[in-house]
Design a protein around this ligand. Structure first.
Ligand code: 5GP
Length: 179
């Protein structure tokens, strides 16, 4: 499919399945190399990272655990403003080497909050693996350890990423078409 239309927005083909597969393999190889003698806990951030996580983990040959979390944001009081809470984390992460698995890093807000939470849980180390990264939009200082593909500031869809709930099932990545 060269184009898809969702809720009246037109998206054009952007990153092929083959390119995605190569990027996932490159990330997996780096992680396999770096964590040779170590146990790892992969923590995937739902919903967007489900497809990347599944493909990535099939290429990981380490002794590892996999867990899924979700960021829930809600309005707090006037003084606390917007609050991000992490749901789904049941494991004891104390002393463990953790790799966060993200679909895309944009401003980095989500990532920053997640790494604060992980550090407060007493992890031994926390690294970040993301399929897509928008360097022009990134506003934080936290290093992003494993990046599949860097992209410009475009809105993308597919391979786990949605537009208003739809499009996560698409096997390649599309970008919003500008007229
Ligand atoms: P950040 O907190 O880094 O600004 O944004 C991270 C989250 O925003 C991602 O996990 C994703 O859900 C959403 N997001 C950021 N950019 C895009 C995009 O281009 N397409 C889609 N579908 N979601 C995005």
């Amino acid at each position: 499919m060269q184009e898809v239309t969702i809720h009246n927005a037109v998206f054009e083909s952007y990153i092929s399945e083959n390119e995605i597969n190569n990027a996932v393999s490159a990330v997996a190889n780096k992680i396999n190399e770096q964590y040779k003698e170590q146990d790892v806990v992969f923590i995937a951030v739902l919903n967007g990272s489900f497809m990347f996580c599944a493909d990535l983990l099939k290429k990981i040959n380490l002794k590892c655990e996999v867990s899924f979390v979700k960021m829930k944001s809600y309005e707090g009081t006037e003084t606390t403003g917007k609050i991000n809470e992490l749901i789904g984390l049941s494991e004891d992460l104390r002393g463990k080497a953790v790799i966060l698995v993200e679909d895309i890093v944009d401003t980095g807000n989500t990532l920053e909050r997640l790494s604060e939470i992980l550090i407060s849980k007493g992890v031994k180390s926390a690294q970040i693996a993301t399929l897509l990264y928008k360097p022009e939009a990134y506003k934080k200082k936290i290093p992003i350890d494993y990046v599949g593909i860097e992209i410009p500031n475009e809105f993308v869809l597919g391979y786990g990423l949605d537009y208003d709930g739809l499009g996560r099932n698409l096997s390649k990545i599309y970008k919003l078409k500008h007229h």
